[in-house]
Design a protein around this ligand. Structure first.
Ligand code: PMP
Length: 427
């Protein structure tokens, strides 16, 4: 056991669980691989969600960070900051939101918190619609809109939250329906809800739920919701913390799978844009972003060093068409894993898009979640040299695969073979 084990409780409270019976201390990485303190090398199929969007130790990002560190680390929103303005301009353009304004934070939680601040002020309402099984962060307000009980440690939020059906396609009262019927049932449910709640400020939704197990709602669900919301002036906040920057392959943002709805009113992002540097942020059209009426400051939102990392990372991502890579390599990986799943009664579904792939496990021959086997698969994959994640609202029974977006075909095949072996050996 790593000698940090036990000592870690000085900083990570009992409600923060580590992965693996013998938890890993990651010491360094390169490309799609990481090494632990014992010198073991792992192919990293989860680093993309744990912030490494493009590649570990990407030379372009390393250089940008060290150049900036050699100039100045000082930061404040009281002064002009060139990398901050330049990154904001690029994100505003990419967002698809008309007259978009960007505000940088240091995390996804803080981005969603800011989105709630804006939406509640803009609409003068503290009622929020959120999706069942959702995860939006760890602040006082974010836990209050998180519909996944396992990830919402308190319930004392001052927000009035109403949870909506639809984020999870395969479970719940509408699971047996065809896609268009599923959408119609969720819209009817939403419309009914709106008949007896206070007028909400916004609906917040992850286009594909991340912590919730990489669920896949039918394309067009949020477009259909949008029509109902728009009629009533209710804002749509897309939480793109996991789905943004091309991860889903077909689209740059997750909301684009629902494109008929047009862009969201507010979009939040975080995680991968800094390739490990802590950047989060909110994009909204000017009238929403500017609806607050007092001065404020963000000391660490948009520091020069994180913005330099973000600019270098975004440039690399676009110049190397990593979205296209996610589509191609992710497509192959999904196909390969579906072929394995077809032979294993304990695998209920392989779902997702691009390099955001969920594998849901059940007790063979039943619909019952199987978190024990999910844990065993994680251990077996690690023993084979592969890191994956797990998640899901139903007892954490989904495996989560989100490699850095530069994953090669050979690495996808190698990882799929290790995962196949881990799945077979634990059935
Ligand atoms: N929203 C989503 C969809 C997330 O997955 C997460 C993190 N898992 C957050 C918000 C919170 O981000 P952070 O951990 O950076 O606060």
């Amino acid at each position: 056991m790593n000698e940090l084990y036990g000592r870690h409780r000085r900083v990570l409270p009992d409600w923060l669980a580590l992965y693996y019976d013998d938890p890993i201390e990651i010491t360094h990485g390169e490309g799609r691989h990481v090494w632990d303190a014992d010198g073991n090398r792992y192919l990293d199929f989860f680093g993309g969600i744990l912030t490494t969007m493009t590649a570990h130790a990407l030379p372009e990002v390393t250089k940008a960070v060290s150049d900036q560190a050699g100039r100045i680390l000082h930061s404040s929103t009281l002064y002009l900051n060139r990398p901050m303005v330049e990154l904001a301009e690029r994100i505003a353009k990419l967002s698809g939101i008309p007259d978009a304004r960007v505000f940088f934070t240091t995390s996804g939680t803080e981005a969603n918190d800011t989105a709630l601040l804006l939406a509640t002020a803009f609409r003068r309402s503290n009622t929020i619609l959120a999706m069942r099984n959702s995860y939006h962060g760890r602040s006082f307000s974010a836990v209050g809109i998180t519909g996944n009980r396992g990830w919402s440690p308190t319930s004392l939020s001052p927000l009035q939250t109403v949870y909506v059906h639809g984020g999870v396609r395969t479970r719940g009262p509408f699971a047996h329906l065809a896609d268009d019927e599923f959408i119609a049932a969720c819209v009817a449910d939403l419309t009914d809800l709106l008949g007896h709640t206070r007028p909400p400020a916004a609906l917040i939704a992850e286009p594909i739920q991340g912590v919730g197990g990489f669920t896949s709602p039918p394309d067009g669900l949020y477009a259909a919701f949008r029509e109902v919301l728009k009629e009533r002036g209710i804002l749509w906040i897309a939480d793109e913390v996991q789905t943004g920057w091309g991860r889903t392959g077909d689209h740059f943002w997750g909301w684009q799978a629902h494109a008929r709805s047009g862009p969201p009113d507010i979009l939040t992002f975080a995680k991968g844009i800094g390739n490990g540097a802590s950047i989060g942020g909110v994009v909204a059209r000017a009238e929403i972003m500017n609806c607050l009426d007092s001065n404020s400051i963000s000391t660490f939102g948009g520091t020069q060093i994180t913005m330099a990392a973000g600019l270098a990372n975004l440039t690399y991502l676009l110049e190397h068409d990593l979205q296209g890579n996610a589509r191609r390599v992710g497509g192959l990986l999904i196909e390969r894993l579906r072929a394995v799943a077809a032979q294993l009664p304990g695998v209920r579904e392989v779902r997702g898009r691009g390099l955001m792939i969920g594998v849901e496990l059940v007790k063979p021959g039943t619909d019952e979640a199987d978190p024990e086997t999910a844990g065993a698969v994680l251990e077996a994959a690690r023993a084979g040299g592969l890191l994956i994640g797990k998640g899901g609202g139903h007892d954490t029974s989904a495996l989560r695969i989100a490699p850095p977006l530069s994953l090669t075909v050979a690495e996808a095949e190698e990882g799929a073979a290790i995962l196949e072996h881990a799945l077979r050996s634990t059935q």
